[in-house]
Design a protein around this ligand. Structure first.
Ligand SMILES: Cc1cc2nc3c(=O)[nH]c(=O)nc-3n(C[C@H](O)[C@H](O)[C@H](O)COP(=O)(O)O)c2cc1C
Length: 185
């Protein structure tokens, strides 16, 4: 094993105390579970609990970067960026995207995937105006997008590595959910 590999292996892992996740008592609506976990992350005092990795497709190849979650409503999970950015152009070419949240203080991960839609101009400009650097000028390149979830996976890590994972997928007008039992690390 290289020196780097040995040092990485020796780094501290999950916290001693982590919440549980009971597959039999999760909410039917994954957004409810997500909002509960987000509230926990906010309450923990962790910096930028609303930051996540946002993955798009660049000619079929995945590419991720960190973005801030701006809102969650019936339209989906909101992010904002420049329409002319690489991610904006990637979304114009292929609207599929994914988000990965990781809250290390609780050993929790949320993955969500779906189609992204561009929201209306007023929503985008309201987000632009709310930025701390707003100087009074509108920005017509600014765009709020909403990811409309089709698939979620929630992971609650455990010290013994028997992580609990719950998957949700859209079926008809609602959601079906259940434990995910494929191998995990
Ligand atoms: C903590 C953090 C939060 C960020 N939030 C945003 C964001 O909300 N919107 C955004 O456009 N870029 C944000 N960025 C910058 C992006 O990660 C990225 O570098 C930039 O948007 C260009 O991405 P692209 O070239 O893939 O389009 C953030 C970066 C960091 C480190």
């Amino acid at each position: 094993m290289s020196d780097l590999a040995a040092r990485l292996r020796a780094l501290p892992g999950f916290p001693e105390e982590m919440p549980g996740l009971d597959p039999d008592s999760v909410p039917a609506d994954p957004a409810v579970l997500f909002l509960g976990w987000l509230e926990d992350a906010i309450a923990s005092g962790a910096r930028q609990p609303h930051a996540m990795t946002f993955q798009t497709l660049d000619g079929g190849a995945p590419v991720g970067r960190t973005l801030i979650l701006k809102d969650l409503d019936e339209r989906g999970l909101h992010v904002s960026t420049h329409r002319s950015s690489r991610k904006g152009e990637q979304l114009a070419a292929d609207s599929r995207a994914a988000m990965t949240f990781f809250w290390r203080e609780s050993g929790r991960q949320v993955q969500v995937r779906g189609e992204v839609v561009a929201l209306d101009e007023e929503t985008s400009q309201a987000d632009w105006r709310a930025r701390p650097t707003y100087d009074g000028a509108p920005n017509l390149d600014w765009q709020v997008y909403a990811l409309q979830p089709e698939w979620w996976e929630f992971t609650q890590s455990r010290q013994d590595r028997r992580h609990v994972r719950i998957g949700y997928r859209r079926e008809g007008g609602g959601w079906v959910h259940g434990p995910v039992t494929t191998p995990a690390g």
